[in-house]
Design a protein around this ligand. Structure first.
Ligand code: DLL
Length: 432
């Protein structure tokens, strides 16, 4: 089923006309209401009247997370506070969080976009949807919440954590859809097995996973654990939260809500716009947001666009699963390595579990990488020969995919930290 046939099956021409109309409006909105943008656009010599075609967006300077932080908390808001009805903020592991504000119309748009993506994944009003994202400043929980209510699903706002209770509720309430990070879904699945639950105890059929990446291999493991269809959806709080793009049931790329977001891919080093088909950093211009519109926001997320028609009937451009973030990319002895590549390799090796950690160290001028992964059967750690063989096997597999040799450490089952939200798999010891 398609939630909004009119908007989700528009022709390319219609989409682009609509985007241009909105682009002109949003540039004016920023220019007239946000001093930061007024100055930036003046400096670049791009007044709103200069936007005549969609590709003119290229003349607008990029906006970055630092720009939002520098204007903490409300400096980039484009409407008076009386128009703001909700505030969210990104977790911000370092320094101040990035704060975003929504007008009533922004919230309506947001639930509309979530309604589209959950419908694309296969959810209906029949579903019981358990939201295992943390409720709070994070956009994941409340974002999905209102969109799922909009389609008529029964929302269970349990929030993250307290895994035992999650599982009890999941079983007793007959949950059919879970909403979480892929790593939390994995952890919950593992806990369910340990507590003696069987797949048949649950009615789960769809997983709406997002907020962090997962390789196709990890996705299969989650599906195997739970017996559901795992779908991926993408978004970021600065731009809206979840709702920017999401998988349909075919899962051949996430459909982008192009009537609300203008997307470009750039070379992260030079800022040059790349043609469709190439891989680069995703840059997003919000087309309809009122509270905190963003022009050419650099997401740091690496992906690729696909404009081929999709079998599901939606006409929007799709984006590949996120390959990684420019700031998560490791450069090991001159070779660029994305954690997702490592995950894909590990997931294909028997005898090791899906939990891993990547430890980066600096040795002189050289970065080194240790891949730490759990064995499934702890007794293996006592069988030296077998252990060495497994280690060598993992090292070889990684080498053939990454082109570099990593140190491989095998760890006891359950010794690597589990996460209820986004997993932190990189331990960076370079500056210690
Ligand atoms: O994670 C919004 C969200 C919530 C999306 C729930 C989907 C579901 P932030 O906390 O601001 O917002 O983090 C945004 O998370 O730039 C990506 O690096 C990463 N990310 C989000 N979704 C995906 C995904 C939310 N499906 C940052 N695959 C983004 C890979 C993702 N990475």
């Amino acid at each position: 089923m398609i939630w909004n046939k009119e908007m989700e099956t528009m022709s390319r021409k219609q989409t682009e006309e609509l985007q241009l109309e909105h682009l002109k409006q949003v540039v004016s909105h920023c220019y007239n209401n946000v001093p930061f943008y007024h100055q930036r656009l003046d400096e670049a010599g791009v007044t709103p009247e200069k936007i005549k075609t969609l590709s003119d967006v290229q003349y607008i300077p990029f906006t970055t997370k630092e720009d939002i932080r520098d204007n903490y908390p409300y400096g980039l808001f484009a409407v008076p506070m009386k128009k703001i009805v909700r505030i969210h903020a990104s977790s911000g592991t370092t320094g101040k969080p990035t704060v975003v504000g929504y007008t009533r119309k922004d919230l309506d748009t947001w639930s509309e976009l979530i309604a589209r993506l959950v419908t694309a994944a296969g959810c209906t009003e029949e579903d019981v949807a358990q939201i295992c994202f943390g409720y709070g400043l994070f956009t994941g929980a409340l974002g999905l919440h209102y969109g799922l209510e909009k389609i008529g699903a029964a929302v269970v706002p349990i929030s993250s954590g307290n895994t035992k209770k999650q599982l009890m509720v999941m079983k007793d309430f007959g949950t059919t859809t879970i909403i979480s990070t892929p790593s939390y879904a994995l952890y919950m699945g593992e806990q369910a097995r340990e507590l003696g639950y069987k797949k048949e105890d649950f009615k789960l059929r769809i997983g709406l996973f997002g907020s962090e990446g997962s390789s196709v291999e990890m996705r299969s493991q989650i599906e195997e654990l739970w017996g559901l269809l795992a779908t991926d959806n993408y978004g970021l709080s600065e731009v809206m939260g979840p709702g920017v793009s999401g998988d349909c049931h075919l899962r051949e790329g996430m459909h982008i809500a192009e009537d609300h977001f203008l997307t470009e891919l750039i070379d992260p080093k030079t800022g040059t716009v790349l043609p469709v088909g190439e891989t680069g950093e995703l840059v997003i211009t919000t087309l309809t947001k009122e509270g905190i519109p963003l022009l050419r926001y650099r997401t740091k997320d690496i992906t690729r666009f696909n404009t081929e028609p999709c079998g599901c009937g939606r006409t929007s451009m799709r984006m590949d699963k996120i390959k990684g973030r420019t700031d998560d990319m490791l450069k090991i002895r001159g070779v660029n390595v994305f954690p997702t590549q490592i995950e894909s390799v590990l997931m294909n090796i028997e005898k090791i579990g899906p939990h891993y950690e990547l430890i980066v160290r600096r040795d002189g001028y050289m970065d080194t990488l240790e891949v730490k992964v759990e064995v499934i059967d702890g007794s293996l750690l006592e069988r030296y020969r077998e252990l060495e063989r497994l280690q060598a096997d993992i090292r070889e597999n990684l080498k053939s995919v990454l082109g570099i040799i990593c140190k491989v450490t095998l760890a006891e089952p359950k010794s690597i930290t589990r996460y209820e939200g986004k997993a932190k798999r990189i331990v960076d010891l370079r500056n210690q």
